[in-house]
Structure formats: structure tokens, C-alpha cells
Design a protein around this ligand. Structure first.
Ligand SMILES: [Zn+2]
Length: 394
């Protein structure tokens, strides 16, 4: 069999995925006797896509895994930090600072940025979706729209941003939870009827798997919902993936199904909806009796964040290219309104415009290639994200 068009872990670690100009830069620096030049490089963003005012920092643990063993040190804001890209005075906020000889980590720049930019975009979209869904469940279903090689990254990032569950096996392994799924329309089509498919699912699939039946394949959703209740004893829920051409008033359809289920004594059967949902369409139906949302492309295809890596210090002296702010900076954030601050000192006293004192939020995560502290699990990071979003007003 021929190879697939993907980089494996060895390729990434050996620099095969880097932009070639980093290798050339390394060669030139080495040939010029500058290989040992010590630098501080910071990773910052300028603005966020879609007019977003804040982002969720995601991907740090993978960067640490990538950089472990290299003679470099890294300080960063915690993974899951809700951040704004600039201070009130437009200074770019370092999300990460890397210290070492440039030739020791420069060839990793492409990989480091990719591990942060895309996951942070996905985590931000997931967090916005979770906020739109209020206290209701959000399931990440978007893997099929992206390349399978990154399914684990997509699921981890979606989960960290606030999705309650993921759909792929590799994603489930990474986050430490069982993946979730219902059934595809294919099953109903091949079994010939709702009833046959519902009963076969119930007969064949392990009892621990929640019974959630898809009710929009052949008939009216209201009738199929009751059919599912009759066919499956421990029915957990029904899912509507109703195509746009049949949605009419989706809100009323959901409420009508709820009414019908309740009237027939099925108050505990959840209604899950899916199909082309995003934060704005969820906001439109969140106040119905829907219990949860399956969200695909709008999260997995979230815009990547435009983070960049820049040298801000050389041999201990501030330096920077035009348009960037020089000097190794410590990152501060107001615990109340999440305004950001940056200072050349780690023990500065920065007052936020809201009156609160900002806290320095950067910590050392890697020292000369050795991880500092324990790796945080996706479950811990997700809880940290949701805690921050609880009282946060944009
Ligand atoms: Zn404040």
C-alpha cells in the first residue's frame, strides 16, 4: 500500500513539516558562528477572526510534549486561558515565551504555531457555541469535514472549549471519555424501516451505550419519536437531523415533539438536534425544549487564529522587528473583566480600568527541556475554561 499524504509524529519531530526557510536560516546562522545566540521569542496574536473579542488558548500541552528534551525553556499562560490579544495600549500579549539558542528551536516554529493556532480557533468556536447553548449539551460531531489525521486534535480542542462529548475513538482516548454517537440515516435505509433499525440497535449494541434514535429518515418526526419510544425500552433520546428543506418552523417542531412525548408519558426522553448548527442558529432554538445539540462543521472548521512567533530579546537585550513591541514581557490579566496587561517586570502592579489589580498569569512549563509540573488533563482544562466563562461578560 502506498503512504497517505500525512506527516507522522516522527516527521513532525524531525522538522519535515517545517517551512524550508527555517532550515536555511539555521544553516546560515551556524555557518556564521551565531548558532549559540540566545534569544527570547514570544508568541502573540494581533487580532482575532470574525471580530471575536476573546479567544481560548489551546494546544500548550502538545507543544510541551513536542519540545521536551530540547535545550530550551518555555513560559506560557495556562492552557485554556481566555485571553484578549492586546492590552488597552495595543501591546501584543505574549501567550508563550521561548528561551534558548534560536538554532535549537527555530525549526519547530511551524509546528508550534500550528499546534496552537488551529486548536485555539476550534476551542474558541466551541466555547462560543457552548455559551450559546446555555446549560444544554453540545456534542462535537465535526470530524468528517476535516482530514482524519487531525481527528484527535479537533476533538480535544472542541472538548476543551466546552463541548460535552466527542465522536471519534481517538478523541475519546485523548480526553479520557467514551466517544458518543447515535445512528446514521444509513441504518434506517438499509434495515428498511425505523422500527427495524431501532430494535436492531437496541438488540445488538451494548447496554451502556445510550439509546438515541434518529427520527427524521422516512416519516414525520412526531410520529417517529413515538415509534422510537415504543421500539426501545430504555430510550435516552431522539435526534432530529431534519434537512433544511423540511424544517419550516424548527422551534415549533421541537416544542411539538416535546409536547407529544410528554403527553404519552415520555418526559425523560431527550430531544437532540443536529445539522448545520452554529452559535447563531443555536441561540435561535436554545429556549425551546431541546436538550442538546450535535455541532459539526461550525466548530471543526473554525477559523485558525493568526498567532505569530517573534524574537523580542537577543543576548539579554530587547530587540524587535517593526510593528512589534521589544523586550521579554510578562503577561497580566484582570481577574474581573479579563483586560490584559504586559510588563517587563514579573512583580508589577498593574491597575485595570475597572479598578481591579491585574494578576501575572504566566508560568514556567519547561526548563532546559524538562517539564515543570504535571500535565493537565483535558477534563481539568475544560473545567478551567467553563469556570472563566461563567461570569465573563464580553
Ligand atoms: Zn478589569
Amino acid at each position: 500500500m502506498e503512504n497517505l499524504f500525512i506527516a507522522d509524529e516522527k516527521d513532525v519531530r524531525e522538522g519535515c513539516t517545517m517551512d524550508i526557510y527555517f532550515e536555511r536560516t539555521k544553516k546560515i546562522l551556524e555557518a556564521s558562528g551565531l548558532a549559540e545566540t540566545r534569544v527570547c521569542a514570544e508568541i502573540t496574536g494581533s487580532s482575532l477572526p470574525r471580530g471575536w473579542k476573546w479567544g481560548v488558548f489551546c494546544g500548550l500541552e502538545e507543544v510541551i510534549r513536542l519540545m521536551e528534551g530540547l535545550p530550551v525553556s518555555i513560559s506560557a499562560v495556562p492552557e485554556g486561558t481566555v485571553f484578549r490579544t492586546r492590552t488597552a495600549d495595543s501591546v501584543r500579549i505574549p501567550l508563550m515565551n521561548i528561551f534558548g539558542a534560536y538554532t535549537d528551536f527555530g525549526i519547530m516554529e511551524t509546528a508550534i504555531l500550528g499546534m496552537l493556532c488551529q486548536p485555539s480557533g476550534i476551542a474558541t468556536a466551541a466555547a462560543r457555541t457552548k455559551l450559546a447553548a446555555k446549560e444544554k449539551t453540545v456534542l462535537a460531531f465535526g470530524n468528517r469535514r476535516m482530514h482524519p489525521a487531525i481527528a484527535g486534535v479537533l476533538d480535544r480542542s472542541s472538548f476543551i472549549g466546552g463541548c460535552d462529548a466527542v465522536s471519534s475513538k481517538i478523541g475519546g482516548d485523548i480526553i479520557g471519555q467514551e466517544p458518543v454517537g447515535t445512528v446514521p440515516h444509513t441504518l434506517m435505509l438499509l434495515m428498511g424501516s425505523n422500527d427495524a433499525a431501532f430494535k436492531a440497535f437496541d438488540r445488538v449494541i451494548e447496554k451502556e451505550v445510550p439509546r438515541i434514535m434518529l427520527i427524521d429518515t422516512f416519516s414525520d418526526e412526531r410520529a417517529a419519536a413515538l415509534e422510537a419510544c415504543r421500539s426501545v425500552k430504555d430510550l435516552k433520546g431522539v435526534r432530529l437531523d431534519t434537512p433544511g428543506s423540511r424544517r419550516g418552523n424548527f422551534k415549533e417542531l421541537i416544542n411539538e415533539i416535546r409536547w407529544e412525548l410528554d403527553m404519552n408519558g415520555h418526559n425523560d426522553v431527550d430531544i437532540i438536534v443536529s445539522g448545520g448548527l452554529d452559535e447563531s442558529s443555536i441561540a435561535e432554538i436554545v429556549n425551546t425544549s431541546v436538550s442538546g445539540f450535535g455541532v459539526g462543521t461550525s466548530i471543526s472548521n473554525a477559523p485558525t487564529l493568526d498567532l505569530s512567533m517573534d524574537i523580542v530579546e537577543k543576548d539579554g537585550q530587547p530587540i524587535s522587528k517593526r510593528g512589534k513591541f521589544g523586550g521579554r514581557k510578562f503577561t497580566y490579566r484582570c481577574p474581573h473583566c479579563f483586560e490584559m496587561g504586559a510588563s517587563l517586570r514579573r512583580d508589577d502592579l498593574i491597575k485595570c480600568k475597572c479598578g481591579c489589580e491585574m494578576a501575572m498569569i504566566e508560568t514556567e512549563v519547561l526548563r532546559n527541556g524538562v517539564r515543570i509540573g504535571k500535565e493537565r488533563t483535558p477534563i481539568e482544562i475544560r473545567e478551567f475554561v467553563l469556570e472563566q466563562l461563567k461570569n465573563f461578560i464580553e
